[in-house]
Design a protein around this ligand. Structure first.
Ligand code: NG6
Ligand code: CA
Length: 505
């Protein structure tokens, strides 16, 4: 017998294996909120709401104040983060329908492939919104889907196909509808209703939980009308009030069963996206109504994950990254009184614009990173950075290998992500909902010309940041009030040239 097994025996073989594996390969958890704004957490100055669990994470880690998502809506932002490639390089990466085919194709390399190929066990939980199955509209939701997250490197998945406001309103576990109800076969269409099925438009009397303010007037599930038409589902249909519990329970179960081997978990909450319908135990804890309650519920999910890391004894071996997919929106299509009840709270933390927008509120998001002993505790960093770099940075962390020509836009800046290197990214690119791009450097923000409307046209009241001429803001002008493009043509030209070079790459 060699020395190794004796030592393993002495320590207990599982514990020895875990210790050996985790010193240089920590577990990695990405907690990814939906539509959570730069100003929506207490540690980022939120008013009217307390987020003690996120506060705890920030106190034990580093809080970043100049971090950016790659896009101002979900599908392109997640596409970029998970693949390391800007979504605007690819067609069909805009906000996806619930019956979209897989947007990230099976042969593409993802952040999950990175971890899996390095020996990690990988999981995705919660909001997906990047398509499922081979082709749009052809899925049979009553059988295993032809393509799914298993093809993208995820060993385990328990997800919502798109968003809570889009059908199908069922969880999908490892490529099959969870709790499938054979008595209620599922059909989905984004073209026409199924005969005899009620809709929010024709049957508002059935909307006992929530009514739309704009759009969202098609199929009704759980007393809430949605985008798209569906039939069936029966007992597999989700109840909106239980979504946070359900995905958090599944996350905890995954953590418990993989506590002794390195794991990667992408935990993508439904909170605080619409329809905001948190569990009754989170209701009424702040003066902001359901939008505030959804923030409280998000904080609760974070707390359960942090507590579980503690009780499993793996908190020190786990890198936790908490962020959001895009900026905030107040009225996103349901009559939930979010706007009337803001009570002085600014979801963007005072930044101009919001979700969908080319202004700073579209893509600047909260980012908190914790890894005890490796990430400075209780620190704050204003170094410019982007989620586009997570894939390459995390690859450096675990000694992973990225295939040539994959993740073309992701650059390794591990020290920046861990808060140990304050050298900023030279520039970050943001994508607004009509694909208008912006380029932010540590000093300037350039927004390219766009012919789109000045206000998001469907009722959210958000300024798009679109203008037919170039815009240039100095970053000391945090409210982006003074367009300096006319007086700084050279700066405009040099930033536009960077963008043009990236586009033609
Ligand atoms: C919009 C929806 C909005 C939200 C958004 C996607 C309407 C009127 N609005 O089209 O409610 O679902 O798409 O949000 O339908 S995201 O965060 O997933 O990108
Ligand atoms: Ca979103």
């Amino acid at each position: 017998m060699t020395h190794r097994p004796i030592l393993a025996l002495a320590l207990g073989s599982a514990a020895a294996a875990a210790t050996a594996a985790n010193t240089d390969r920590p577990n990695v958890i990405i907690i990814y909120a939906d539509d959570l704004g730069y100003g929506d957490l207490e540690c980022y100055g939120a008013k009217n709401v307390t987020t003690p669990n996120v506060n705890r994470l920030a106190a034990q880690g580093t809080r970043f104040t100049n971090a950016h998502a790659a896009a101002a809506t979900s599908t392109p932002s997640r596409y970029a983060m998970l693949t390391g490639e800007y979504a605007w390089r690819r067609p069909d990466t805009d906000v996806a329908a619930g019956n979209a085919g897989m947007i990230i194709r099976p042969e593409q390399f993802t952040i999950a492939d990175l971890f899996k190929s390095a020996g990690y066990t990988t999981a995705a939980l919660g909001k997906w919104h990047l398509g499922l199955g081979d082709k749009t509209g052809t899925q049979d939701w009553n059988a295993p889907l032809a393509a799914g997250l298993g093809d993208l490197g995820f060993d385990y998945s328990y997800i919502m196909a798109a968003t809570a406001d889009r059908v199908p309103c069922v969880f999908i576990e490892n490529g099959m509808v969870a709790n499938y109800d054979p008595s209620a076969p599922i059909e989905v269409s984004y073209r026409e209703n199924f005969p005899g099925e009620p809709t929010g438009k024709d049957n508002p009397e059935l909307l006992y939980n929530m009514r739309p303010s704009h759009g969202h007037d098609q199929s009704i599930v759980n007393g809430i009308s949605r985008i798209g038409f569906m039939k069936g589902g029966g007992s597999a249909l989700w109840k909106d009030e239980n979504i946070a519990d359900s995905i958090t329970d599944h996350a905890i179960r995954f953590m418990r069963s993989h506590a002794e081997e390195p794991f990667f978990m992408y935990f993508a909450t439904n909170d605080v996206h619409v329809p905001r319908f948190p569990h009754s135990r989170f209701r009424g804890q702040n003066p902001m109504g359901v939008r505030g309650d959804a923030i409280v519920q998000f904080d609760w999910s974070v707390g359960r994950i942090l507590d579980e890391l503690d009780s499993l004894g793996i908190a020190d071996n786990t890198l936790v990254i908490l962020s959001s997919d895009n900026g905030p929106v107040v009225d996103d299509g349901y009559d939930d009184r979010a706007k009337e009840l803001l009570n002085g709270h600014s979801p963007t933390g005072g930044l101009r614009g919001g979700k969908y927008s080319a202004f700073e509120g579209g893509t600047r998001i909260p980012l908190i990173v914790r890894w005890p002993g490796h990430v400075p505790a209780g620190e704050e960093s204003d170094a410019l950075q982007s989620q586009i770099d997570w894939l390459a940075s995390l690859s450096s962390l675990i000694g992973g290998r990225i295939p040539r020509s994959s993740a073309p836009d992701s650059e390794s800046r591990l020290g920046l992500l861990l808060g140990t290197d304050s050298t900023p990214r030279p520039w970050v690119i943001g994508q607004a909902s009509d694909k208008t791009l912006s380029l932010r450097t540590p000093e300037w923000t350039y927004i390219e010309p766009s012919s789109g409307p000045a206000i998001v046209p469907w009722g959210t009241e958000i300024e798009t940041g679109y203008l037919s001429t170039p815009q240039l803001y100095h970053n000391t002008d945090t409210l982006q009030q003074t367009n300096l493009a006319p007086s700084h043509p050279d700066t405009v030209a040099s930033l536009a040239a960077i963008l043009a070079a990236q586009r033609s790459k």
